[in-house]
Design a protein around this ligand. Structure first.
Ligand SMILES: Nc1ncnc2c1ncn2[C@@H]1O[C@H](COP(=O)(O)OP(=O)(O)OP(=O)(O)O)[C@@H](O)[C@H]1O
Length: 228
């Protein structure tokens, strides 16, 4: 699903690479944790997959496409196959739960009839049935993150990218969010999650990729957090 072939990324004006000679493959339906200290390159890794940047060197394939050579006009189609979830939820303010999730389908031109069917199904999946008409501001942090996950998943993307999704949540709420990501992963969605949450990585025992100063220093199946 994702292949990095000797990928290096320099930001303009930087003399140290943010990512250096990354080689790895992530298969369909895998669950991968991306760990490493602040500045080790995790966000850069995720942003390359989203084609927010191109590699400076090397080749990156995502969902069968070569992102290094992909034309800019094809990027929206790529991004429709990748759901994204962030630490700070990024919901549309002043909108209801239903509207936040429906919006993701409206912007890609799905008919209203379909939206009325799919949104409630997805809200049920994430444990928010009955809360369709709540405003974001009336939700707990964990509930807001569930809305964000519903929005990311409502179009059934092949890949879900989660950048510190539990970073603003207490441990108990975080466990609920991880159960949800696990459930989504079991639908054969590839999940890549950057995190500093050692207890979650240690509990889940999934593949762990560790970056250190832009280099891949560990690729461990059923791994642990294990970074200082
Ligand atoms: N837009 C940018 N321009 C220049 N340098 C950047 C830019 N974004 C990131 N960097 C640099 O690239 C390196 C990797 O940063 P990156 O944000 O990928 O790390 P990270 O592991 O995601 O960190 P964190 O855990 O704090 O989010 C750092 O040295 C950072 O300063």
């Amino acid at each position: 699903m994702i292949t990095f072939e000797d990928v290096t990324k320099f930001y303009p004006g930087q003399d140290r690479a943010a990512l250096r000679n990354i080689n790895l493959e992530i298969g369909k339906g895998e669950f991968v944790f991306l760990v490493g200290q602040s500045g080790s390159g995790k966000s850069t890794f995720l942003r390359l997959i989203l084609r927010e940047y191109r590699p400076t060197k090397g080749t990156l394939y995502v969902a069968g496409k070569n992102l290094t050579t992909m034309n800019q006009w094809k990027v929206p189609a790529l991004r429709r196959q990748i759901g994204t979830v962030f630490q700070d939820f990024r919901l549309l303010p002043g909108k209801t739960v239903f509207e936040n999730v429906a919006f993701a389908l409206q912007v890609i031109g799905k008919p209203q009839r379909l939206i009325k069917q799919i949104v409630p199904e997805t809200l049920e999946l994430v444990g928010l049935a009955g809360k369709e008409n709540r405003q974001n501001e009336e939700l707990s942090g964990g509930e807001q993150q569930r809305v964000a996950i519903a929005r990311a998943f409502v179009n059934r993307p092949k890949i879900l990218i989660a950048d510190e999704p539990t970073g603003n949540l207490d441990p108990e709420t975080s466990v609920g969010i991880m159960k949800l990501l696990d459930r989504i992963n079991r639908t054969d969605t590839t999940v890549i999650m950057a995190t500093h949450d050692s207890s979650i990585v240690d509990q889940m025992r999934r593949r762990v990729l560790e970056l250190r100063q832009g280099e891949l220093v560990r690729d461990q199946t059923k791994g642990v957090y294990g970074t200082a």
